[in-house]
Design a protein around this ligand. Structure first.
Ligand SMILES: CC(C)(COP(=O)(O)OP(=O)(O)OC[C@H]1O[C@@H](n2cnc3c(N)ncnc32)[C@H](O)[C@@H]1OP(=O)(O)O)[C@@H](O)C(=O)NCCC(=O)NCCS
Length: 168
């Protein structure tokens, strides 16, 4: 299946919000997403996975000096298990390696077993549990992928941007 990744644009927000709603009990709202991505908040950015011109997945991330925090990552339910999220994580690990940040991290709801399995498949490890983290009272598992693991991962994949421009 031909999936490409590219930088998220304002025109992608409607698709992204639809995927959020299909994916989470406490999804991002359009207002919240636009606020996060507005031009003056330069450290928040997003990438999307695209199939035949259709946005099928996204990652929104926040950059700090030492880390990349993934604020949300989701794939359209009918396009799951086709490698879209792996491509988006691949973009993030390359970014971590190139820019010498130390860790890629995110939080997932503790009952979100598929997400936990996905993260483990990408080399992430549990770091802590945060009680009552989400709007429905559910606790979160915090996962991290340290730079060393990313460097190993990046060295095992082609660094040629075969699945989209390397523009984030
Ligand atoms: C978690 C999620 C982002 C994975 O996206 P995806 O595009 O389906 O993931 P990939 O196809 O890249 O999966 C890569 C590997 O992760 C593991 N994996 C992914 N989904 C899985 C599931 N439901 N059950 C078990 N393992 C899973 C598998 O090892 C898979 O490889 P395989 O398909 O060759 O067995 C997607 O299920 C999703 O959007 N879930 C709802 C939102 C969410 O929970 N977000 C939290 C993100 S961590």
């Amino acid at each position: 299946m031909n999936i490409q990744t590219r930088r998220m644009m304002a025109a992608d927000c409607t698709s992204v919000i639809a995927i959020e709603r299909a994916s989470f009990a406490c999804p991002w709202t359009l207002a919240g997403l636009v606020r996060k991505l507005r031009p003056e908040e330069k450290i928040v950015n997003g990438r999307v996975a695209v199939h035949n011109g259709r946005v099928i997945g996204h990652v929104v991330y926040e950059l700090s000096r030492t880390r990349i925090e993934l604020l949300t990552l989701a794939v359209d339910p009918i396009f799951r298990r086709r490698g879209a999220a792996s491509l988006l994580i691949g973009d993030m690990t390359k970014k971590l390696s190139y820019e010498r940040r130390r860790v890629l991290s995110l939080e997932v709801a503790e009952r979100n077993l598929p997400a936990c399995q996905f993260l483990r498949s990408q080399g992430f490890r549990w770091t802590k549990t945060i009680p009552h983290r989400f709007c429905n009272g559910e606790s979160a598992y915090r996962f991290g992928l340290p730079f060393g693991a990313c460097a190993m991962r990046a060295s095992t994949v082609s660094l040629t941007p075969t699945h989209g421009e390397n523009d984030a």
